[in-house]
Design a protein around this ligand. Structure first.
Ligand code: SF4
Ligand code: SF4
Length: 393
């Protein structure tokens, strides 16, 4: 048996699907220039693939046919030689199909290997989100905005070839920079892309991450009954209705918190989250009525609290709220827990409003957003900036 290499690309469903597919395809084609064989394939984070859902694409490369066939005989690689994350908010982990709970982003990475994240943040900031693990690894940050390159709007920002340059540095056993350049010249026919790949290769560095370093939170997990634990006959678990809950400031019980699926948390889909000013909320109910995921709890005082275990970050509540500056969508990487905002507000109103003021400074313009990821046209506006990063690093 020869050598087998696996690369995993973790991306946001739909928005980054084409980019992920192109990257894994191009890995195979660049490796082909060195006489290696490979296959690229994708699978959903859930099915069917939805906007923003964490999803994965793979490239498997081998130096002979038999090894490749043996590697392909798996549903997906159990261990990978390199993991690439296309959106840094995914560093919090993803709920993956065929996995029970939240899967840390380096779950399949071999010890000592490289995790590449595309981000404008630095390593200490990303490690606040990336879970701890027992084995050390290397973290490489490829500077860049979250790319939609290759989507139907097709705004090319060179992320695909920059990634190839970084992989040539991080995993030279798969292909060299020369093979990447040959692939770009022959297939993409772009001298500018060759330069971007070369720049990425030269600038790419990693920092060592020690065993135990990172986000100490234990990722959400649950046991699913196996075949032998199945109960006889067909039974469907009844769903509780939910009910009122206490106000932490007064102890008064009221409002309504619906019971939600204990096993499926949607928060790993989120790239933005709503931040709510409960002191200006008029209790108009519009956010609660329009939230497509029934994510709002009715608080005992009659305001509406986005339950952050359930919210998928679509941004509809911000759009429908009639009160100026009452709901703001803020980048998910600013937060490190899913605690109730309303409870924080009730426990210390002044501190909450101070926190809110500093947090919403990081919000994006409300009037332009069309969905939970970006506002319409924002990506097109950001492409020149991304190309500038590709040039200068
Ligand atoms: S962002 Fe979307 S899912 Fe989250 S609370 Fe607002 S409307 Fe509901
Ligand atoms: S839409 Fe705005 S004002 Fe109306 S209940 Fe929701 S947060 Fe309050």
């Amino acid at each position: 048996m020869g050598q087998l290499f696996a690369v995993e690309v973790i991306y946001r469903g739909v928005f980054q699907k084409t980019l992920a597919k192109n990257i894994t395809r191009d890995i195979v084609l660049a490796a082909h220039n060195e006489g290696k064989l490979g296959i690229s394939f994708g699978r959903y984070g859930d099915a069917p693939e939805r906007n923003g859902i964490p999803a994965k694409s793979f490239a498997i490369v081998a130096n002979d046919e038999l090894t490749l066939e043996a590697g392909m005989a798996q549903y997906e690689p159990k261990q990978v030689d390199l993991t690439l994350v296309l959106d840094d908010t995914l560093c919090k982990g993803g709920e993956s199909w065929a996995w029970y709970g939240l899967q840390p982003v380096h779950h399949a990475l071999k010890p000592g290997h490289t995790l590449i994240v595309i981000s404008l943040e630095d390593a200490p900031t990303l490690l606040k989100s990336i879970h701890r693990r027992e084995e050390p690894y290397k973290l490489g940050i490829m500077k860049g905005i979250t790319s939609f390159s290759g989507m139907w709007v097709f705004k090319d920002d060179h992320t695909d070839v920059r990634v190839l340059g970084a992989i040539a540095k991080a995993l030279p056993e798969v292909f060299s920079l020369k093979s990447v350049e040959q692939f770009i010249n022959e297939k993409l026919k772009s001298a500018a892309k060759v330069t971007s790949a070369r720049n990425a290769f030269e600038r790419f560095t990693t920092v060592p991450v020690k065993a135990g370093q990172g986000n100490p939170e234990v990722p959400f997990a649950f046991e699913k009954p196996g075949w032998e634990d199945m109960r006889s006959a067909v039974s469907i678990k009844g769903q509780p209705q939910g009910g009122p809950y206490p106000d932490p400031a007064t102890g008064k019980v009221g409002g309504f918190r619906p019971a939600r699926n204990e096993l499926f948390k949607k928060y790993s889909t989120r790239t933005l989250r709503p931040v709510i000013n409960f002191s200006t909320c008029t209790k108009c109910t519009l956010c609660w009525l329009n939230c497509p995921d029934a994510s709002f709890d009715v608080t005992p005082e009659g305001t509406y609290d986005a339950n952050l275990e359930a919210c998928c970050g679509c941004g509809v509540c911000e759009e429908v709220c009639p009160v100026k500056d009452c709901v703001h969508m803020v980048n998910e990487s600013e937060f490190h827990d899913n605690k109730s905002q309303w409870e924080a507000f009730r426990n210390d109103k002044d501190a909450y409003l101070k926190w809110l003021e500093s947090t919403i400074e990081k919000a994006e313009p409300i009037e332009k957003r069309s969905h939970g990821f970006r506002y319409r046209g924002q990506y097109a506006e950001q492409v020149p900036e991304a190309l500038e990063i590709a040039k200068k690093g």
